[in-house]
Design a protein around this ligand. Structure first.
Ligand code: 5GP
Length: 226
């Protein structure tokens, strides 16, 4: 039997942004465990690892010089300077994953996301927000990964970033992590149903199908209740 519609088997490029403290990393970590058709691209950064972070798991940690060498070699799809450090999306692996049907997730800040939009206009852009600004402040303070000065810097950056939300396709409020994960996963599933992913439509032969109805023996025994 021919399938009525053949859709693209390629994965989507999913870009996730949101202010520090919105909980992007936690949401993405849980998303990866419930949706095995996803792959997280690990970025490179020139910032020092935070306590508990691991090379190749959270980031590839480079010196500024190493990062700049990679920029000049064209190793990045995009990179940005954010709060005094470089962050960049390495090209390697991403296109292969998409071609093999995997949804590739980039967790990046807004300048980088806008560059990705130029390169990949069909990418899906999701913005994650905290339920309120005071909750964002509370989360930044509670995680104890930065001193006061850095927290204030991140908080100020967050205010500017939130104005950019309309450049994204979706917004998800992370009040409760599992609800936010479910919403992001629903977006990924819905994106697979977009009509612009249709590559071929097969409707068969209308006359032949009608002929099948006419000669169907079972239909002859139906008593119609009028
Ligand atoms: P953090 O220092 O908190 O790990 O990250 C700071 C910001 O940089 C976050 O918004 C994070 O999403 C973003 N970021 C992480 N990797 C990349 C990347 O490859 N490119 C860009 N443009 N931003 C990134």
């Amino acid at each position: 039997m021919n399938e009525i519609i053949k859709t693209s088997k390629k994965g989507n490029l999913i870009v996730i942004s949101g202010p520090s403290g919105a909980g992007k990393d936690t949401v993405v970590e849980q998303l990866l465990s419930i949706n095995t058709n996803t792959w997280l691209s690990i970025s490179a950064t020139s910032r020092a690892p935070r306590k508990g972070e691991k090379e190749g798991v959270n980031y590839y940690y480079l010196t500024r010089k190493e990062f700049e060498d990679k920029i000049s070699k064209g190793d990045f799809f995009e990179y940005a300077e954010y709060n005094g450090n470089y962050y960049g999306t390495l090209k390697s692996g991403i296109i292969d994953k998409i071609n093999s049907g995997i949804d590739v997730i980039l967790v990046i800040e807004i300048q980088g996301a806008l560059k990705i939009k130029e390169l990949f206009p069909n990418a899906v852009f999701i913005f994650i927000l905290p339920p309120s600004m005071s909750e964002l402040r509370r989360r930044l303070v509670l995680r104890k990964t930065e001193d006061k000065e850095k927290i204030i810097k991140r908080f100020k950056t967050a205010y500017n970033e939130i104005n950019e939300v309309t450049k994204y396709n979706y917004v998800v409020i992370n009040d409760n992590v599992s609800d936010a994960v479910e919403k992001v996963n629903s977006i990924l599933l819905s994106e697979k149903c977009r009509v612009d992913r249709i590559e071929e439509v097969y409707l068969g032969n209308e006359e032949e199908e009608i002929h099948e109805i006419l000669v169907d023996k079972e239909l002859e025994n139906i008593e119609l209740s009028l």
